[in-house]
Write a protein that binds this ligand. Structure first.
Ligand code: NAI
Ligand code: MG
Length: 392
């Protein structure tokens, strides 16, 4: 029997109450505009007009718990409206429950339809299938939105402002793979198939155009490899061209072959604005784009779908620095800001982004990956100090 912990974070006219005592979560109804809750033995009174939003919190593996803790500290200080249900997945799920995606974790996301997730370790080669990929499939999280924006001047590139929209459930990541043994070599031949559907291609390209229009972007670049993978990414390009015609009067579209795009991103990244592409190419290009703005520590991601939305960093569990307290919590922090945008609390998201900007650029407090000396907690505390200063 898995016990989920209860982590409630609410703002009450400036006062914050938080409880974390391991009892079963009782999440409030988000539709109620004012309510009195008794949660985890803590009385919480919410002011009229404020919405409490149940959300699943997955600390994850490796550096995950350290950075997620730091981000929850900042969200608490901000007065974010989330009532957390904390659950395990990945290696932590295997260690605690023998399952990288335990049922209570899935049940919680099914209930809340909203999650903030730390990175999850996936064994390389053999072992269990990626919990991230499974989560994306389970909740039909078909759009992975990965913005990359320069936050600190003086890096390799200035003024980068790109958004990569990656198809998240199809392509070569469907896991249709097998080996053919020959003689005494069980791995003599490896075969992998990708699956793209017209419905899936249309859905992600339409998402990219709608996103571009809503966010007043300049153009959409469709990235493919239809010259070689003529069916798999040919269908993506064919469908994108159809969708592009529909949006012609509202948003320009252009095309790039993925390898040329990768080079052009290094030579002249400013020529791009919103990029939409298939699963594997999106995975690779989003790490490249993160590199343009200072590395993986700065790159957030939103997995948006039919049944839920899950917010996370682009980076993984970074086993090389796990437990040292030095990881950059910024990517998950920016993912939390996207989560606030998603629940229409742009006011809080903007305050958080502003505090991050001031911490990085005026206070010059940064973690080691950005050339600074701050620990994970020190950076989070510096953002909190900025939030508090803005309020006083
Ligand atoms: P990684 O992204 O964990 O690390 C790559 C490099 O970036 C490492 O040198 C690491 O120290 C550094 N790095 C990553 N995040 C950082 C942060 N916040 N602050 C400072 N430095 C940071 O990629 P890697 O090593 O290839 O993968 C490790 C594990 O993470 C694997 O099991 C992989 O499957 C998993 N993974 C999970 C993801 C997810 O949960 N969404 C995404 C990517 C990988
Ligand atoms: Mg990746």
């Amino acid at each position: 029997m898995i016990r989920s912990s209860c982590r409630v974070s609410l703002t009450l006219r400036g006062n914050r109450t938080r409880s974390h005592d391991g009892s079963e979560p009782r999440t409030p109804n988000p539709e109620l505009s004012f309510l009195r809750l008794k949660t985890c033995n803590t009385k919480i009174v919410q002011s009229a007009g404020e919405k409490v939003i149940p959300a699943t919190l997955i600390p994850g593996d490796g550096i995950g718990p350290e950075i997620v803790d730091a981000v929850v500290m900042v969200l608490d200080s901000l007065g974010a409206p989330f009532a957390w249900e904390e659950h395990k997945a990945g290696m932590a799920g295997v260690e605690a429950h023998g399952d990288p995606l335990p049922q209570p974790t899935l049940d919680s996301i099914r209930r809340t339809r909203l999650a903030l997730k730390g990175p999850l370790t996936t064994p390389v080669g053999g072992g269990y299938r990626s919990s991230n990929v499974r989560l994306r499939e389970e909740f039909h999280l078909y759009a992975n939105v990965r913005p990359a924006r320069s936050l600190t001047p003086g890096g390799r590139y200035e003024n980068i402002d790109l958004v990569l929209v990656r198809e998240n459930t199809e392509g070569l990541y469907v896991g249709f793979e097998h080996y053919i043994p020959i003689g005494d070599d069980p791995h003599a031949v490896a075969i992998g198939s990708g699956v793209n559907t017209r419905v899936g291609c249309r859905r992600i390209v339409e998402f990219a155009f709608e996103y571009a229009i809503r966010n007043r972007r300049k153009k959409v670049t469709v990235v493919h490899k239809a010259n070689i993978l003529k069916a798999l990414t040919g269908l993506f390009l064919e469908t994108a061209r159809d969708v592009g015609k529909v949006y012609e009067s509202k948003m320009p579209m252009e095309e790039r072959i993925v390898d040329a795009c990768a080079m052009q991103l290094v030579l002249n990244p400013w020529q791009f604005d919103v990029i939409v592409t298939t699963n594997l190419f999106g995975d690779i290009l989003s790490d490249e784009i993160a590199g343009l703005v200072g590395g993986l520590g700065m790159a957030p991601a939103a997995n948006i779908g039919i049944d839920a939305a899950i917010f996370e960093a682009v980076h993984g569990s970074a086993p090389d620095i796990a437990g040292k307290g030095i990881a950059n919590p910024l990517a998950v922090m920016l993912a939390a800001a996207m989560m606030l945008d998603h629940v229409a609390r742009n006011d809080l998201a903007d305050r958080m982004r502003k505090a991050i900007d001031l911490t990085l650029n005026e206070d010059k407090i940064r973690t080691g990956d950005l050339g600074g000396t701050a620990s994970t907690k020190e950076f989070a505390q510096a953002v909190i100090n900025r939030l508090n200063r803005a309020e006083s």
